[in-house]
Design a protein around this ligand. Structure first.
Ligand SMILES: *Cc1c(COP(=O)(O)O)cnc(C)c1O
Length: 373
């Protein structure tokens, strides 16, 4: 039985009528850019995230870029972040002309280690950019303490973490900015690209809103140099429908994660794999269920799963400090050992909410058979 890593059709089918009605609604007004759907959706997402302000943008990448621009981060500035993330996190820091400073992660949660952040601070540090990887929040208490002591901005990369919580506070409501992605594979995925920025104060919110449309307000009067970072009305209409189902989908992922923890425990007890760790006082939304395969066997296990038609992926095979495009930053292999080991060991397996128990049994069976257990 083939099991895909993600089954977008299985999520769409039960809500097809709702989605199509929402799209039809857009054609009643023909407001494709801006308009009431966008503002309504922005209010709903901000509320869902527990943030006072929110701005729909064109992608998760642009959410990061426009937040860095709104914070006036640029040449001569340093931004501390994790190398164990999707490329956009580090790429955007370079794109505004600042220097990404990569520090190591905690091996249990894969998230940035606040002790390493503290050690990397210089007089050029302007912001900290933690990523809530795989749907679990970074240690925000420690990061907020470091940032507030030194007056640094916090930009949360919450692209994989909408609805995720740290001590009852939601991703995107803790830092100065929260950056979300509606890429189709995220827990809240659009029918194309889309993203969102939450802000916790009005001044930053106003800057992000302006920068999203070339820094103009009113139209054709430019006080800032921005770009076209707008969310389409059609995406907002679809996402508004999906937002109503999001907590249900989170629950599906949550119970699949629990079931994997039970079913895969024998492999973990034998030291063949490690299961993902849910840290205390977190609500994990399981954008990915990522195990570690030990003893250098990851690629071999991966090939066996592929041969059995079980979808899987390596997020991420090369940590950012070792990417060719960042060679001029001068990092060397061995410098951020936890990130490097994670890149060599991680393997993400199907976790989407619509995964049936028969399909999940198949994933477990094929994994065990790949280890000859
Ligand atoms: C998906 C993702 C992004 C980028 O989002 P896009 O919408 O694809 O531009 C940024 N950071 C992380 C951690 C992501 O997972």
């Amino acid at each position: 039985m083939p099991v895909p890593l993600l089954d977008i059709a299985a999520q769409y089918e039960p809500i097809a009528t709702e989605i199509q009605a929402a799209i039809a609604e857009v054609f009643k007004t023909h407001r494709y850019i801006g308009g009431p759907i966008i503002s309504r959706f922005e209010e709903q997402v901000a509320e869902y995230c527990g943030a006072p302000f929110g701005v729909g943008v064109s992608s998760g990448t642009d959410a990061l870029l426009v937040s860095l621009m709104a914070e006036c981060v640029g040449p001569g500035d340093e931004v501390i972040t994790t190398p164990f993330t999707f490329f956009a996190t580090g790429g955007c820091i370079s794109r505004v002309g600042a220097k990404p400073v990569f520090v190591d992660i905690k091996p249990d949660t894969f998230n940035i280690d606040p002790v390493c952040v503290e050690n990397a601070i210089t007089e050029r540090t302007r912001a900290i950019l933690p990523v809530h990887l795989f749907g679990q929040c970074a240690d925000m208490d420690a990061l907020e303490k470091i940032a507030s002591d030194r007056g640094l901005a916090i930009i949360e990369d919450a692209a994989q973490a909408i609805g995720s919580e740290f001590k009852g506070r939601r991703a995107g409501s803790m830092g100065h900015y929260g950056c979300f992605s509606f890429f189709p594979s995220k827990n809240l995925g659009g029918i194309g690209d889309g993203g969102f920025v939450t802000c916790n104060d009005e001044e930053r919110f106003e800057r992000v809103k302006k920068l999203r449309s070339h820094g103009a307000h009113p139209k054709y009067f430019h006080s800032l140099i921005g770009g076209n970072f707008r969310l389409d009305a059609i995406q907002a209409a679809v996402l508004e429908v999906k937002l109503r189902h999001l907590d249900n989908w989170h629950s599906g992922r949550q119970s699949n994660a629990e079931r994997y923890h039970t079913e895969l425990a024998p492999l973990a007890e034998r030291g063949l794999i490690s299961l993902p760790v849910q840290a205390e006082e977190r609500r994990h939304i399981w954008n990915q269920f990522t195990i570690r395969v030990h003893d250098g066997k990851r690629d071999q296990i991966r090939d066996a799963l592929k041969a059995a038609n079980v979808g899987n992926e390596v997020y991420y095979p090369v940590p950012l400090h070792l990417q060719d495009c960042f060679a001029q930053l001068g990092y060397e292999r061995g410098q951020l050992p936890h990130s490097e080991l994670a890149a060599a060991e991680v393997l993400s397996i199907p976790i989407y909410g619509e995964l049936s128990s028969a399909q999940q049994d198949e994933v477990v069976k094929q994994l065990k058979s790949a280890f000859s257990v």
